[in-house]
Each structure stands twice: as structure tokens, then as C-alpha cells.
Design a protein around this ligand. Structure first.
Ligand SMILES: Cc1cc2nc3c(=O)[nH]c(=O)nc-3n(C[C@H](O)[C@H](O)[C@H](O)COP(=O)(O)OP(=O)(O)OC[C@H]3O[C@@H](n4cnc5c(N)ncnc54)[C@H](O)[C@@H]3O)c2cc1C
Length: 91
């Protein structure tokens, strides 16, 4: 087992054959769906051999409720979403 280094070299990893690698789980979305997945991962998958990463192209979480400002209650929905993220340590 090995990996390519940032400089383009190859690094051999000194681990026994058959060692379980972390399961890589990628979420592309920091809106409601991504927040829900992050809460589930945080609550149900603690201690698992999991490499979890959220990718979001916007500068903040919120999805539709971050970018849509014409909707009268968008701000309160976005605040609720942010508060929920903080509450479950998913921010
Ligand atoms: C005008 C309008 C009104 C709505 N009203 C309601 C309502 O009253 N009640 C309700 O329940 N729902 C409503 N919805 C639906 C709304 O989409 C959902 O409430 C919810 O926001 C969907 O969450 P989501 O996480 O699935 O998607 P989104 O909120 O759309 O989040 C997707 C995220 O993924 C990111 N993303 C996408 N592609 C990439 C990429 N390639 N790389 C990185 N990041 C990426 C986006 O930047 C975005 O932040 C409304 C939607 C609209 C447009």
C-alpha cells in the first residue's frame, strides 16, 4: 500500500497487509440534506473507521436558504439551520 506525495513521489505505508482503511464518505452539499447527513454521521457513526468530509461551493452552510433572499422568512430559516448546525457540532 502506498500513496503519491504532493511533490509527485511515492510513499510506501508501513501497515500490515489487510489492515482496514478508513471508509471515505463525501457529502457535496451543506444545505439541509448535508446538515442532516452530518448530524447522522456525528450521532450514529462515532468510533467507526470513517473519513467524513463535506464539500460546499458557497462560503457558508445553508444551501437554498443562504442564497435565496427574496423569500420573506429565508433569514429566519437560515438562522434556524445555522443554530441546528452549532447545536449538533456540525458547523
Ligand atoms: C424558492 C424556493 C422556495 C422553497 N420553499 C421551501 C419551503 O417552503 N419548504 C421546504 O421544505 N422547502 C422549500 N424549498 C426547497 C429547498 O430546496 C429545501 O428546503 C432545502 O433547502 C433543500 O436542501 P438541500 O440540502 O437538499 O439542497 P440545497 O439547499 O439546494 O443545497 C445544495 C447545496 O449543495 C451545494 N452544491 C451543489 N453542487 C455542488 C458542487 N458541485 N460542489 C460543492 N457544492 C455544491 C450548493 O452550493 C448548495 O449549498 C424551496 C426552494 C426554493 C428554490
Amino acid at each position: 500500500m502506498g500513496s503519491i506525495t504532493p511533490s509527485g513521489g511515492y510513499k510506501i505505508q508501513e501497515v500490515p497487509l489487510g489492515s482496514p482503511r478508513p471508509f471515505r464518505l463525501v457529502c457535496i452539499d451543506a444545505g439541509y440534506s448535508g446538515l442532516l447527513l452530518s448530524i447522522i454521521v456525528g450521532q450514529k457513526m462515532q468510533g467507526e473507521n470513517l473519513d467524513y468530509q463535506v464539500y460546499e461551493m458557497n462560503g457558508d452552510l445553508g444551501g437554498k436558504w443562504l442564497v435565496n433572499s427574496y423569500y420573506a422568512t429565508a433569514s429566519s430559516i437560515h438562522h434556524y439551520l445555522k443554530d441546528t448546525a452549532v447545536k449538533y457540532d456540525c458547523e
